[in-house]
Design a protein around this ligand. Sequence first.
Ligand code: GDP
Ligand code: ZN
Length: 450
Amino acid sequence: MNLSYTPATICAIATAPGRGGVGVIRVSGKDLLPFAQAISQGKTPKPRYAMYTDFFDSHGQAIDNGLLLFFPGPNSFTGEDVIELQGHGGPVVMKMLLARCVELGARLAEPGEFTKRAFLNDKLDLAQAESVADLIDASSETAARSALKSLKGAFSRQVHGLVDELINLRMLVEATLDFPEEEIDFLKQADAIGRLRRLRATLVGVQATAKQGAILREGMHVVMVGQPNVGKSSLMNALAGDDVAIVTDIAGTTRDTVREEIVIDGVPVHVIDTAGLRETDDVVEKIGIERTWQAVERADLALVLTDSRHGLTDEVQAILARIPAGLPRVHVFNKVDLTADAPGIADEEGHPLVRLSAKTHQGVDLLKAKLLEMIGFSGADEGVFLARQRHLDAIARAADHLELAEADWEQVEIFAEELRLAQNALSEITGEFSADDLLGVIFSRFCIGK
Ligand code: GDP
Ligand code: ZN
C-alpha cells in the first residue's frame, strides 16, 4: 500500500508535556534534508548519527541547542524522511521549536498520525500499529511486555501463519471446483478436512492466547462495596503485594476516593469504591457519582467487603441492592484474625465467600486466585501478546466460518466461501484484507506456461 500523493510534512512534540531534561520534536515528510539544513543553518546531518547543533529561527537567532537526528526514508519509523530534534524539555522552548517547524512548512500532526503513516507505508501492520498505543498505555509491566511482543510482530506472525494455511487450503478447494464430478474424492484424497481441523485447532490456541492478552490490556473492573473501616485500603495493598503499581488514590470529584488502580499478577485491576457513592446536593459531585454508577454497570464483578465480626450490615445491603443483579460477586469477610474463624474460601448462595485478613495477609492469595479465575485469566506466560477486543471479535468470526466450513465441506461451493470469509476475518487483524493478495499468491504458485 503506497501513498500515491505527497503527504504533508507533519510535526509534533513527542515527549510528554511539562518540564523534562530533554524534549523531542519529531518531523516526518518527504525530502526533509533542506528542512534539517534550514533549522541548523546549513549543516548537513549524516543519516542516523546524532548531530550536535543550534536550532535557529528565521532571523538566524538560536532558539535552543541539542541533537538533530536524520532518518532518511524508507529506513525510518514512518517510512518517510524523519527528523528528530532533541532540545531542552521546557514547554516554552518546545513551543518555539515547534512553531519554527511549522514555519518551515510542517503542519501539526494528528494523534497517531506518525504510526498511521508507518502503517500506510507498510512499516507496521494494523495489529502492530495498535500495539504502539497499547505499549504506551500499558498499566502493568506484564501488559507492557506483552504489548512489545505484539509490536515486534508475535501476534501478526501467528495470524499470518493461519492465513497462509488458509490460502493453501483455499487453493486446493477452488481448484476442485473445476472438476465437479470428482471434487469430493479429490478433497478426501488431499486430506482437506484433516488440514481444516488442524487449522481450527491452531486457531483455538491463538484465540486462547489473544484472550489472555486482551485481559492484560483491558484489566479487570471491580466494584468495591464496603463501609468505612472494614479494610478496603488495606485489602487493596494486600492484593497489590509486591507489584510496582501499588494503590494510587485517584481523586474523583467527590472528596472520597472513588477509583483505585492496582495490579494482580500483572493484570491491571480498576477498582471503584462505592464509599464515594453517597447522596449529595452538590451538582458537580452528582455528575461524578453518576459517572461512577455508569462504570458500575460495566464492571466485571463486585467485591463485597465486610468486617467478619459484623457480617453484612444494612448499609451494605442497601448498596448491594443498587448493583446490577447479574453482576458476579465475591464476598470478603475481612479481619478474620480478630475472630475464631479460620481463613478460607467457600461457596455461598452461588458466589464465593472468602475469609481473610488484609492485615496478616492470611487468605489473600485465595482471593487473588479467585478473582483471576473469575475473569478467565490463567497467567501470562512468555508467549502472551497483547490483544484487543477487535482482534477477539475477528478471531471468533474466523472460528465460526471455519466451523461452518467443516460442517458443510461436501458442498464445495459453501466450503470455499466459508474459507474465504474466515481468511477475510483474520486479515482484518493485520489490516491487509484484500482480494489481490489471494490472487497474487495463487498465480505466483502456478508454474510457467499454465
Ligand atoms: P477502609 O476505610 O475500608 O479503607 O479501611 P482501612 O483499610 O483504612 O482499615 C481500617 C482499619 O482496620 C485500619 O486500622 C486497619 O489497620 C484495620 N484493618 C484492616 N484490615 C484488617 C484486618 O484484616 N485485621 C485487623 N486486625 N485489622 C485490619
Ligand atoms: Zn480506604
